[in-house]
Design a protein around this ligand. Structure first.
Ligand code: ZN
Length: 383
């Protein structure tokens, strides 16, 4: 089954074609088969007329925490009323997650994945990290793998209440990692004051490398710290948050292929300053934008909101923000067949009910998704 989407007013390809006017795309099963001017498009089994609308690669959300149960509305309200954010609120979600059945966890995960996909997200990473026992971390990874494209082990999310930090690190870098590794591609650690320090983080990440897992780091969220330096040193694919960076952190990110993944919805929701995207981009670092969707610090699945925030408040151009939310996420996951529209890429296409991707920031908060194909399937039919 092939589909021709034609009369695309503005097509963002993220490859050497750049932005193409009056374009067409042919999807054949799960791959992009053809890209070019609408006037030269080949025939296909199904025809969709985009009538001048803009199209872009589906969003790549490279940072979410969607295996959870429970509710933290009251904690959010208290924070908005002036109570500070600390790393400890995670324990609330850990307790609810451990108490939930597998099917309860599946239902929450599926609901949020569907919510993201309906807004144009076509490739999703999610993390464990609300189990924090061997059994609950394995269960989280197993369930995550049923619904998302990439799964990350985040046993080192928080020292569980009542546990001793050193013996918990030994577990997270030892038997817990051994048990979860078969279900995941990545390992991550929350390297932050109140979570794991540099040497604890290093132990977990080095143990993950020994299991052939790719590395990701939560770093520099609540203050300057060793996260970025450690991520670059150990060759992590991405260091995420990057809210508080020194000049040497920026230089390190510009000099290596570790992606700086910015999570502006989280900074807004925790009343942190927004990251200095301009410094990173101007230095030549690769920047990704992701939601960090989780019930505590960033409860949105909207990549469009992150893009609009990046443009309106972080001085990124629309082109830079869209690229960071598509190709940047692909680089943060070390994939070269997503976040781009070219023959052979995965058939992930997002058509907006707008003539230009500029409307994502020009019309903030307005739902602009018109149609979504994910791996060639029409998951959101044209409205
Ligand atoms: Zn996170």
């Amino acid at each position: 089954m092939s589909t021709l989407i034609t009369n695309i007013g503005e097509l963002t390809t993220n490859d050497e074609r750049g932005t193409v006017s009056n374009a067409a795309v042919v999807l054949d099963r799960d791959r992009v088969a053809w890209v070019g001017p609408a006037a030269k498009a080949p025939d296909a089994d199904t025809l969709v007329d985009a009538a001048g609308r803009a199209a872009l690669p589906g969003w790549v959300d490279s940072h979410t925490h969607l295996v959870f149960a429970g509710d933290r509305t009251a904690e959010f309200a208290a924070r908005m009323a002036g109570k500070p954010y600390t790393a400890g609120g995670i324990a609330t979600t850990v307790n609810a997650t451990r108490a939930a059945t597998d099917d309860e966890l599946r239902a929450v995960l599926r609901r949020h994945v569907d919510e993201a996909v309906s807004q144009g997200t076509t490739y999703l990473e999610t993390k464990t990290g609300y189990g924090l026992t061997v059994e609950d971390e394995v269960r989280s990874a197993r369930i995550a793998a049923e619904y998302v494209d990439e799964v990350t082990y985040l046993g080192a999310h928080l020292v569980p209440p009542g546990a001793d930090a050193e013996s918990y690190v030994e577990l997270a870098a030892g038997p817990m990692l051994d048990a979860v590794a078969p279900y995941v591609r990545w390992a991550d650690v929350f390297c932050e004051t109140g979570a794991f320090d540099e040497s604890q983080s290093r132990r977990v990440l080095q143990a993950a490398t020994a299991h052939d897992l790719g590395l990701r780091v939560h770093g520099n969220q609540l203050g300057a710290g060793p996260g970025v330096r450690l991520a670059v040193e150990l060759g992590a694919a991405s260091v995420d948050h990057c809210t508080h960076l020194t000049k040497s952190d920026v230089d390190a990110l510009a000099g290596f292929d570790t992606v700086a993944t910015l999570l502006p919805a989280c900074d807004l929701s925790t009343r942190q300053p927004l990251p200095d995207a301009r410094a990173l981009l101007d230095a030549g670092a690769t920047v990704a934008l992701a939601t960090n969707c989780n019930p505590g610090s960033s409860y949105t699945s909207s990549m469009a909101f992150c893009v609009a925030t990046a443009v309106l408040q972080m001085r990124m151009s629309v082109e830079e923000a869209v690229r960071a939310a598509t190709l940047g996420g692909a680089k943060a996951l070390r994939r070269n067949d997503i976040g781009v529209i070219r023959p052979g890429a995965r058939a992930d296409l997002h058509v907006l009910d707008a003539p230009s991707a500029t409307h994502l920031a020009y019309r903030p908060g307005v739902p602009l998704t018109w149609a979504v194909w994910r791996s060639g399937l029409l998951v959101r039919p044209p409205r």
